[in-house]
Structures are given as C-alpha cells and as structure tokens.
Ligand binder design. Structure first.
Ligand code: DOR
Ligand code: ZN
Length: 339
C-alpha cells in the first residue's frame, strides 16, 4: 500500500507549558513546528498575572518560535482582579487560568479559599473571558478530580454564561460530567489517553510519567478514549506538555510534568488510526477549540506522513514522552517550514 499523507488544518494545542529562558528556547520550536497555536500556561516562577507580564511573555515566546507561524494564546494567572485590569487585558488573552494553591508545579499563588473567588469570576462572566481550571482538590490523589466536580457544578450554575474549561481531564466521572453543561468544555492530554497509574508506578518507578493529575485506572482511560474517539464537540486536545530538566525529574521530590510536545501529533495520529477514526482527529486538534473559543488561528496546513522514526531519549536536558519508541507517523519536513 502506498504511504499515506494526512493534512491537518491549523492544529492547536489548547494547554501548553513553554516555560521561560533557556527552557523556552529549547522547547518552543517543537510546538511551533507542528501547531498553528497554543494556549500558554501562566505558571512561571513568578506567575503571569498582569497585562505587562502577558506582553513581556508573549514577546519572549514569539522570539523563541521564530520563524514558525504559531500564535501563543496567552492566559492570566487567576487572582483577585478588578474590572479595569480585565477590561484592559481582554483582547490580549484567551482566558484566565485558575490553580488551587499548591496543587501542582508553581501554583503556590493559586486559590486558597474558593468562597472568595466569586467577584472575579463574575467579572469574567460579564466580560466573556473564559475560565480555565486545574480541577483537583487536596484530597486523596486518585479522587481529587472527581471531588472537584462539585466546584465545576457550582461555577456552571452560579455563572451560567461563563465559559469554563476543565483542563486535562483524566476520569470517567469527568467525561460524564462534561455532558451536563454546554458552557463547559474540556481538554484531554495525549499521555492520559495512553497511560494508567500502572505505567507510572506498577513496575519500576517512572518519573518521566509522573504528572498532575496523576494517570488513573484502565477504566478511566477507556472512558477518555471512547469520548475522544466519538468526537463530541466540546473535547479539545491540550497536551499539557510540561518540560522539566532531568535533575528535577530524577531525584527525590520529582517534579510533575510530561514533555510531550515533540511527539504530540504523530502519536495522536497513530492512536486515532488504530481506533479507526482518523477522520475525527481534525475535530479534536482544531475544529472543537476554534468553535468553543471562537478563534481564527493562522492558516497553517501541517502534513503528517507515514514514515516511522525513533523518538530521541533526550531533547537537551529533557526526556520526552515515548522516548526511545518508534512512531509510525512523522511531521513532514515541508510543514516545518510552513510551505
Ligand atoms: O504535571 C503537571 N505539570 N501538571 C500541571 O498541572 C503543571 C505542570 C507543570 O507546570 O509542570
Ligand atoms: Zn498544565
């Protein structure tokens, strides 16, 4: 059979950590080469929590992505904001990202008391700025996401016009919950479609697979896959690609985060192909996000070809997801230059 080509129109990564400084320079080109844009997480060492910080960070990202065509959709780190701040920022951000305090990497400045967020959330609703949420409680690690659904319910019912994104959902319960409110969308990562807790900790411990939310049970993974392959309109791809250098992963106190950006589209194509639904990939990696967020990303056709390659063990100091494995699809060289 002749090798096949797959063309994706303006693929988007709706949840992406690009970091700053040398790490930004190292990792940004892998996203910029295969995506038309991405939603940039604001959890830098000093959170991106002002318009000045958004502008400064966007400029650094654009420099790191040059010469690729790639739009960084910027987010503000949730804190108490006044109306004027959000009005000024509205046209330069895609949303505001809420982290519960201390729940994951660099989230210390996050929300400590959910009883006190109402005023800022009401402004987001009024100004039609989406709220992106890391939805985990401080409960038992396997139960955190399901426990947090009560907060999503409260948000959806108290602020009925607010667009809410449940970031990186990992459970059957979250998949089921998503159907209840059409103001709520969700992102799903590549790694949560592929691994369970067994891969992380069932054999020798795998720090490269340690992330938040932690990978769950086979039943949860099955529910996620079924949902994604069925192609519902409010499920979007967000890699949550979150690079950490080797010395922060292979140590006592391993940082949470999986660096999946270099393998994102090739691995997704393999997964959708195996499931017999390659025609649904476009909805997951682009159309659903465009509709929910009302985006017009840059026109950029990314071509994948059936050409196998071996994922390197390291990119600089960072071990990528699926390091050492062979993938059937690769991003065609021509699309790297945006021809
Ligand atoms: O595993 C994770 N890593 N989950 C997050 O929520 C944050 C991310 C990071 O920034 O490293
Ligand atoms: Zn994240």
């Amino acid at each position: 059979m002749p090798a096949m080509d797959l063309r994706l129109e303006s693929p988007l990564d709706m949840h992406l950590h690009l970091r700053e400084g040398e790490m930004l320079t190292l990792v940004a080109p892998y996203s910029a080469a295969q995506m038309a844009g991405g939603v940039i997480m604001p959890n830098l060492v000093a959170p991106v929590d002002s318009l000045a910080r958004v502008r400064e960070y966007r400029a650094a990202i654009e420099a790191a992505c040059d010469p690729h065509v790639f739009t960084p959709y910027m987010t503000l780190f949730f804190r108490d904001y006044i109306r004027e701040e959000l009005v000024a920022a509205k046209d330069e951000i895609i949303g505001v990202k809420l982290y519960p305090a201390g729940i994951t990497t660099q989230s210390e400045a996050g929300v400590r008391d959910f009883d006190r967020i109402g005023a800022t959330v009401a402004l987001l609703e009024e100004l039609d700025i989406p709220l992106l949420v890391h939805g985990e409680t401080a409960g038992f690690v396997m139960d955190r996401e399901e426990e947090f659904l009560a907060v999503y319910r409260w948000l959806a019912e108290t602020f009925p016009r607010l667009r809410i994104v449940m970031e990186h959902i990992t459970t059957a319960a979250a998949v089921e919950f998503l159907e209840k409110y059409d103001t709520i969308a969700a992102t799903v990562t590549l790694h949560h479609l592929l691994i369970t807790l067994d891969d992380v900790a069932g054999g020798l411990l795998r720090p490269d697979l340690f992330c938040k939310p932690i990978a769950k049970t086979p039943r949860d993974r099955k529910a996620l896959r079924q949902a994604v392959f069925a192609g519902p309109p409010r499920l979007m791809f967000g890699s949550d690609s979150a690079p950490h250098p080797r010395d922060r992963k292979e140590c006592v106190g391993c940082a949470a985060g999986i660096f999946s950006a270099p393998v994102a589209l090739p691995a997704l194509a393999g997964l959708f192909e195996e499931a017999g639904c390659l025609e649904r990939l476009d909805g997951f990696v682009s159309a659903n996000a465009r509709r929910f967020y009302r985006l017009t990303p840059p026109a950029k056709t990314v071509r994948l070809e059936e050409k196998d390659w071996q994922v390197p063990e390291f990119f600089g100091s960072v071990r990528p997801f699926l390091a050492g494995s062979r993938l059937r699809w690769s991003v065609a060289a021509a699309s790297l230059a945006e021809e």
